[in-house]
Design a protein around this ligand. Structure first.
Ligand SMILES: CSC[C@H]1O[C@H](OP(=O)(O)O)[C@H](O)[C@@H]1O
Ligand SMILES: Nc1ncnc2[nH]cnc12
Length: 325
């Protein structure tokens, strides 16, 4: 049974976690069960953009001075039913916005484009290159009758990155290799790249080309449109297909490292949850108002007073994601 937004959770969510391939739950982790108490399961949420890909699980922190709420959603569904092209990205991010989510920490399995970035290493990219092919809905403005062009020069939240890097630095006993910046490419898939494509991406990004996945677009763009801080954590499973003396990536190669990566993801999450007291809760404020300011001047009147360009459906959708407008 799906649930409408009227019944959603009353508290603000400080950290909304999105799990990717292989990461479908966080409640099975011994590290996390000491830090987080399960509060509520919100069944698949019905939004004006369709249903979310999974229920949203809500937890509260146990060991922080202040109580924070943390949520978890599985990007591809609990049974991995949605391909990277068919994930209901707009519904997922809209539901997180409705839950008053301030920060999104998104996990993704990626191929490495650099020798030093080894399978099971993590990357916290600071840039992305969109290679998707226009098959996914990339914006909340489509079909509304208004036009918005948000700034996306910094696709990931600088403040959230700083907080995450700080958490990582403070965890002295944490041995996971984390590459602290670089470019993540997002391809359409579902097939992996050819060797020629893989080599081209590697050369195109030079030293900064770190990894490739199929899912941070449009997720990151939509989070920015809804003024939610967003950072992707890339977990390397393979060397993609640029190493000509090695075999080209296949799913068996990816699966080999999924278990270890997902265990490390849970350790990463526990580190972050342990430090939530030090998160700057005003970080989201920087994005506040950005999207309204990105709407073309002529359209502002449509938002405020409505007119023939704003359809009833468009209005319903905008009301869901931006009730403050
Ligand atoms: C299973 S390999 C390709 C698949 O894995 C990644 O998924 P996610 O980002 O959700 O962890 C990649 O983006 C592809 O969707
Ligand atoms: N080599 C690869 N290309 C795209 N997405 C991936 N996810 C995991 N490995 C990948």
């Amino acid at each position: 049974m799906s649930q409408t937004f009227k019944d959603l959770f009353p508290h603000e969510i400080t950290l909304g976690i999105i799990g990717g391939t292989g990461l479908y739950h966080i409640s099975d982790s011994p590290e996390l069960s000491e830090l987080l108490e399960f509060v509520e399961e919100i069944p698949v949420v019905e939004t004006p953009y369709g249903n979310t890909s999974s229920p949203i699980y809500i937890y509260k922190t146990l060991k922080t001075k202040e109580t924070f709420y943390v949520s978890f959603l599985a990007r591809h569904g609990l049974d991995h039913m949605y391909s990277p092209t068919s994930v209901p990205y707009r519904a997922n991010i809209a539901a997180l916005k409705k839950l008053k989510t301030k920060n999104i920490l998104s996990f993704s399995s990626v191929g490495s484009l650099k020798q030093e970035c080894k399978p099971t290493d993590f990357v916290l990219p600071d840039q992305l290159i969109d290679l998707t092919k226009g098959l996914r809905e990339h914006s909340y403005f489509n079909e509304t009758g208004i036009v918005g062009h948000i700034s996306f020069g910094d696709p990931f939240s600088l403040e959230l990155r700083k907080f995450l890097l700080n958490c990582n630095e403070q965890m002295k006993n944490y041995s996971q290799t984390l590459h602290e910046n670089g470019i993540v490419y997002c391809m359409e898939g579902p097939q992996f790249s050819t060797r020629a494509e893989s080599l081209m991406y590697k050369r195109m990004g030079g030293d900064d080309a770190k990894c490739i996945n199929m899912s941070c677009v449009p997720e990151s763009k939509l989070a920015k449109e809804l003024e939610i801080n967003y950072q992707i954590v890339c977990m390397i499973t393979d060397y993609d297909s640029w190493r000509l003396d090695d075999k080209a990536v296949d799913i068996q190669e990816v699966i080999k490292n999924l278990k270890e990566n997902n265990q490390n993801a849970k350790i990463f999450i526990s580190n972050v949850v342990s430090f939530l007291d030090s998160i700057d809760t005003s970080v989201g404020q920087k994005l506040k108002g950005n999207t309204l300011n990105s709407i073309s001047v002529k359209n502002i009147e449509h938002v405020k007073h409505g007119n023939q360009h704003l359809s009833d459906e468009g209005k319903k959708r905008l009301e869901y994601i931006f009730p403050e407008w």
